[in-house]
Ligand binder design. Structure first.
Ligand code: AHR
Length: 498
């Protein structure tokens, strides 16, 4: 297999927004309850009801933005049910997700406290599907209005004197599906109406986010951009990776063979095509690229773990998920001009989670480690990196074996992130370094590799898949030759010589 890459360290391609490292937390299964929120009386160590161990891990990973409360849940959520004294809050059935009782103990105040603890930006998703314009408008007033008003007085009565700062506000979720089964023309008009009342109060400037298409629904994108593009700051895209492309038989998170390894990575790579084609439509209506594309739901979606509630979407997470994360983040870097935020689904215990919990126990998944290794790209300048990758073939189908991207941070340190998608063969990558001076001593690395095709962490063996330091490279006359282990994700740091 021959690969070849050239890094042009003196050609900068714009900022990689840190928000592409964002996350999504829905009232679904054990994401909010147990995963993030345990309540003040829990024996699990917590601060104001929020798990200390999870907060610490997410802060370490530098989570930049968190989307809440859904998802499909958002279009059934009535925010006033989740404020005031907790014991008096309305109990409801979470009809979308497992039919369990939602006691609304985690609401607006708890979410804003969580974001404060994480030092991340809140991204709140409002209800268009079953909520009113007034309800959405009052939520924004409750959150951000400083002066005398019914909603700011209500907020103060509930213990929050000063308004919060909220930048990101979504006007509906999946309104083509669980958010109301709307046609794009109808939703475009509703979006225009609802967003009118999502007001900026004082210094708080809201970034209005329209519900965008599912996967390759280019018609939805076309209609939304044409009819409502000038009223939005960003539009969303949802794309999940299912190994078998079949919602009734998606494929297992572990215990799979090469066919599902290959098909999962093949499908994850489709993100590049989707973003490219949606961007072409956006360019037509917004050539200045004012409107951002926010991929606010992405990741793997497998059959749930045997014996768990099918509505809870709990799945294991293996080295395969690490590869999906690495190659997808590299794709987002490539599209940094348009993709300004992305939110992997979902933070804890749901779908491609970075953290799994069981009672007081917590583990970091391989996906967590990739986010932690790649955080060096947050707000860095993307560098030109051309890659001619050899092919990884399976049963007559080909995908590129290597995925790569590079950036330079404010201190001038260059980071190169590399994925070897082949589960069985190592990859040798000759990487020509142009426009920089560095010796071997200036290069360090970290790698995450698997010992089996479905290597994963368990509560008994939480470090089975963990990052290791990496030095499997040589440098000669500006040619850096990197040996990538099978099924591995690697990040190199290159400190340039003065
Ligand atoms: O992330 C799980 C669900 O997937 C979300 O609630 C919904 O928006 C999407 O269909």
């Amino acid at each position: 297999m021959t690969h070849r890459a050239v890094l042009n360290a003196d050609i900068r391609k714009g900022k990689i927004d840190r928000n592409v490292y964002g996350h999504f937390a829905e009232h679904l299964g054990r994401c909010i309850y147990e995963g993030l929120w345990v309540g003040e009386d829990s024996p699990i160590p917590n601060t104001k009801g929020i798990r200390n161990d999870v907060v610490e891990a997410l802060k370490e990973m530098q989570i930049p933005v968190l989307r809440w409360p859904g998802g499909c849940f958002a279009d059934e959520y009535h925010w006033k049910d989740g404020i005031g004294a907790r014991e008096g809050r309305k109990r409801m059935i979470n009809t979308h997700w497992g039919g369990v009782v939602e006691n609304n103990h985690f609401g607006t105040h708890e979410f804003m406290e969580l974001c404060h603890m994480l030092d991340c930006e809140p991204y709140i998703n409002g209800n268009v599907g079953s909520g009113t314009v007034q309800e959405m408008s009052e939520w924004v007033e409750y959150l951000t209005f400083e002066g005398v008003s019914p909603m700011s007085e209500l907020r103060q009565a509930n213990g929050q004197e000063a308004p919060w700062s909220v930048t990101y506000f979504g006007v509906g979720n999946e309104n083509w599906g669980c958010g109301g089964n709307m046609r794009p023309e109808f939703y475009a008009d509703l979006y225009r109406q609802y967003q009118t009342y999502v007001r900026n109060y004082g210094d708080n400037k809201i970034h209005r986010i329209a519900c965008g298409p599912n996967i390759d629904d280019y018609h939805w994108m076309e209609v939304l951009m044409r009819e409502a593009g000038r009223f939005m700051d960003s539009i969303t895209l949802h794309y999940y990776t299912l190994p078998k492309s079949d919602w009734s038989n998606k494929g297992a998170a572990t215990g799979f063979k090469e066919d599902e390894w290959f098909s999962t990575l093949e499908k994850a790579l489709r993100m590049d095509e989707l973003v490219t084609r949606h961007s072409v439509i956006m360019d037509k209506y917004d050539p200045e690229r004012r409107v951002g594309l926010i991929v606010d739901e992405w990741g793997t979606w497998y059959d749930v773990e045997p014996g768990t509630n099918p509505g809870f979407l709990y799945q294991q997470n293996s080295i395969r998920d690490a590869l999906v994360a690495g190659l997808t983040l590299n794709i987002f870097h490539k599209h940094n001009e348009r993709v300004r935020m992305a939110n992997i689904a979902q933070t804890v215990n749901v779908l491609q989670a970075v953290i799994l919990t069981e009672g007081e126990k917590m583990l970091l998944t391989p996906t967590y480690h990739v986010f932690n290794m790649f955080k060096v790209h947050q707000d860095a300048e993307r560098l030109d990196l051309s890659l001619e990758s050899g092919k990884y073939s399976f049963e007559g189908r080909d995908i590129p074996e290597v995925s790569a991207s590079a950036s330079v941070n404010a201190e001038g340190v260059i980071h190169v992130s590399l994925c070897n998608l082949n589960h069985a063969a190592a990859a040798t990558l000759p990487l020509e370094l142009r426009g920089l001076v560095a010796g071997t001593a200036q290069i360090t690395g970290t790698t995450l590799a698997g010992s089996a095709i479905d290597a994963h962490n368990t509560f008994e063996q939480p470090d089975a898949v963990a990052p290791q330091s990496f030095s499997n490279f040589t440098l000669e006359d500006g040619l850096l030759t990197v040996e990538l282990a099978p099924m591995s994700v690697t990040v190199l740091a290159i400190k340039q010589q003065a």
